[in-house]
Design a protein around this ligand. Structure first.
Ligand code: GLY
Length: 321
């Protein structure tokens, strides 16, 4: 049986049919379909899981619909700070960057950290200098800005101004989420995961979430599973959500389905977190659970037609959730 498979996500959140125009829905479906098809082709041609997740996330970063790369959300000060991580299940090698604003594709910088440095996580200017030394393109941060994200920031800033009297105002659910990611199992049986994000709208400058933290928002180990998360980063960090799935499988003997449900439906909500994740195990089983209203997602097995999902109901044929 052909086990090679790739899955992608474009973020989770308050994504409902009622809040989505037909035109916008079609744009998301088209983007997810195009990207998953390219990842699938890479695996079908014998490409590695590491290359497949790198390319899938690079394409998601290039698409302004998603909160990573072009289309990233704004910080409170109206700037962009991007985070990304990639992990190779063969070796447990990982590379990540955080708080970068001048690298076109943070996931390529993370890959360069993995392959060309003795480090795992580089931040800010140091990460950017390293990326440029490794032949990655420098861009003006304005490249990442879109009118939609700017409008979101204005809404949240206004909301906070109104709520200041009440202390610690909650961010509107619509603005919390958004991250992209990919997980893959290749024909050689290797797993890889990649995650990239602009973070949270209105985040404090310097804030880093789960996405660039191996074990929190991204994890891959050939022994069991590859995971990429999306959601309230602080909670995914506190629960080490991605690694927790591997640990539940390794130490507690849970199946992929049981482990992902335990983390997404029990452990994350208990701490007030919301979101979801995509995961593939070393047998090619897939799980894509989320506890929010929706999660942009897609998967494709080599040899099969891709499947795309947005909402909770399974009208697009999502395997789980
Ligand atoms: N999960 C992405 C973030 O919180 O930054």
């Amino acid at each position: 049986m052909e086990k090679a498979v790739i899955a992608i996500h474009g973020g989770a959140g308050a994504i409902t049919r009622a809040s989505m125009s037909a035109e916008r829905e079609q744009a998301y479906i088209a983007a997810l379909s195009e990207i998953i098809t390219q990842g699938q082709a890479l695996l079908a041609a014998g490409g590695s899981a590491l290359d497949a997740v790198t390319e899938a996330v690079r394409l998601l970063e290039e698409c302004p619909l998603f909160n990573a790369g072009v289309g990233s959300v704004f910080t409170h000060q109206g700037t962009h700070e991007l985070d990304a991580c990639i992990m190779d299940g063969r070796s447990l090698d990982a590379g990540a960057v955080a708080g970068v604003s001048r690298i076109r594709n943070p996931i390529l910088a993370a890959r360069a950290v993995l392959e060309s440095s003795p480090h795992v996580l580089l931040i800010g200017e140091g990460a950017e200098t390293f990326a440029f030394e490794n032949a990655l393109d420098a861009v003006n941060p304005a490249l990442f800005s879109t009118p939609e994200r700017w409008a979101q920031l204005q809404q949240v800033r206004d909301g906070e101004a109104l709520l200041l009297d009440h202390d610690a105002p909650p961010l509107d659910e619509r603005h919390k989420m958004g991250t992209v990611g990919a997980v893959a199992l290749d024909r050689a049986g290797n797993l890889a995961a990649a995650t990239s994000t602009g973070g949270m709208t209105n985040k404090r400058v310097g804030r880093v979430g789960d996405s660039p933290i191996p074990g929190a928002g991204c994890y891959a180990n050939n022994a069991n599973v590859a995971v990429s998360c999306t959601g309230t980063g602080e909670v995914f960090m506190r629960t080490l959500a991605a690694y927790d799935i591997a640990a539940l499988m390794e130490y507690a003997g849970l199946s992929l389905q049981q482990a992902t449900e335990r983390v997404v439906m029990e452990k994350i909500p208990v701490l007030g977190g919301s979101g979801g994740l995509i995961a593939v195990d070393n047998e090619g089983n897939l799980a894509m659970p989320f506890n929010s209203e929706g999660m942009y997602r897609a998967f494709a097995r080599v040899g099969d037609a891709p499947t795309v999902g947005i909402y909770r109901e399974r009208t697009e044929g999502g395997e789980h959730g």
